[in-house]
Design a protein around this ligand. Structure first.
Ligand code: TUI
Length: 315
């Protein structure tokens, strides 16, 4: 059930990607997701190239199933990280926060599936022309660095505009979101926030506690004025950021305030002055679960939901 083109493309059982989240999704989370039948993804984030290699090797010690590496294109090490993923022959590379066009050829030649995150129809079409295997259409419900369009509006427009498979991301956290994404024409989903609150995710306890406490209106987008909009849970840092943005503070001052803030929250547990990135579905998370529970609940729940809907509305 729910075998799609994306399962075939990536050699996975269920069309569920775990979003690559800088400082949050390391080898422990990625290997657990791949073992449970989804596609686990290591976030290269701000890691140095050799640290990425170590993450890849540690993941391989824990699973023989396919997994991916997410390369954040704002990283200063992009060229060297691309070389590492080619040398290590990872199954899938996803990219974020930019246009990976100039790397597509080398990745494809190494037999790697290339799946960029896009936040617009124009970039999706451009990526298709560059020869990528699929795109992840990410709506602004997501946590972290985001575009401007919602998942509900973006996914069907991207689906209509390209012939390659589309994976929906942003605002998806359970069986209902999974099925809704398939109804929009997606061949799979990418889920970040829900997996960050999993037993296998090594993010700091304070981060997880804040996720459980957060309600529907507790995220905010900061950084629009710097051209790097980022969705985070409201805290002292986000309020300070908003205040400075309103006052028209220079970009450099804002960037200084943001630098290192994600690591401070995710690794050191400073959830007051750190950057606690989270998607809007954070409000529906009530407890930490194992990765297997999360995936099984999505797949079994979706089957059950489909049955109920067919009985109600089917011919
Ligand atoms: O990349 C993400 N989300 C991220 S990256 C990240 S790390 C970070 N740390 C500190 C400050 C800022 C970021 C945290 N969250 N998601 C994928 C994504 N890509 N969302 C939106 C985009 C995107 C946006 C514009 C992709 C391409 C694009 O246009 C590129 C172009 O040149 O047209």
């Amino acid at each position: 059930m729910f075998k799609t083109k994306v399962c075939e493309l990536c050699g996975i059982e269920y069309p569920i990607f775990q979003g690559g989240m800088a400082w949050v999704s390391d080898y422990r989370l990625a290997s657990a997701v791949s073992e449970a039948g989804g596609l686990g993804i290591i976030a290269a984030g701000h890691l140095a190239p050799e640290e990425v290699r170590e993450q890849i090797r540690k993941t391989r010690e824990r699973t023989s199933k396919p997994f991916g590496v997410n390369i954040m294109l704002m990283s200063p090490y992009v060229d060297d990280i691309m070389r590492v993923v080619v040398e290590e022959k990872v199954a899938v590379v996803t990219t974020g926060a930019g246009n990976p066009g100039k790397y597509v050829k080398m990745l494809k030649e190494a037999g790697i599936r290339v799946i960029p995150v896009v936040a617009s129809v124009a970039l999706a079409q451009r990526m298709q022309r560059e020869g990528v295997d699929a795109v992840i259409a990410e709506g602004m419900e997501s946590g972290g660095h985001i575009g401007e369009i919602t998942t509900m509006a973006l996914v069907p427009q991207v689906v209509d505009a390209v012939d390659i498979p589309v994976i929906a991301a942003g605002g998806i956290g359970d069986a209902r979101g999974f099925l809704a994404a398939l109804m929009l024409g997606a061949e799979g989903v990418q889920i970040g926030t829900r997996f960050a609150l999993s037993k296998e995710c090594a993010v700091h306890e304070n981060w997880k506690k804040l996720y459980i406490k957060a309600r529907d209106r507790d995220t905010v987008v900061t950084g629009r004025s710097t051209g790097h909009p980022v969705r985070v849970i409201k805290n002292k840092l986000s309020r300070k950021f908003e205040q400075l943005e309103k006052q028209g503070a220079p970009k450099e001052e804002l960037e200084r305030l943001g630098a290192g803030a994600l690591k401070a929250a995710a690794i050191e547990g400073d959830v007051e002055w750190g950057s606690v990135m989270a998607g809007q579905i954070v409000g529906m998370l009530k407890e930490e679960k194992s990765v297997k529970e999360i995936i099984d609940e999505i797949i079994n729940g979706a089957q059950q939901l489909l049955k109920e809907k067919c009985m109600r509305f089917g011919g």
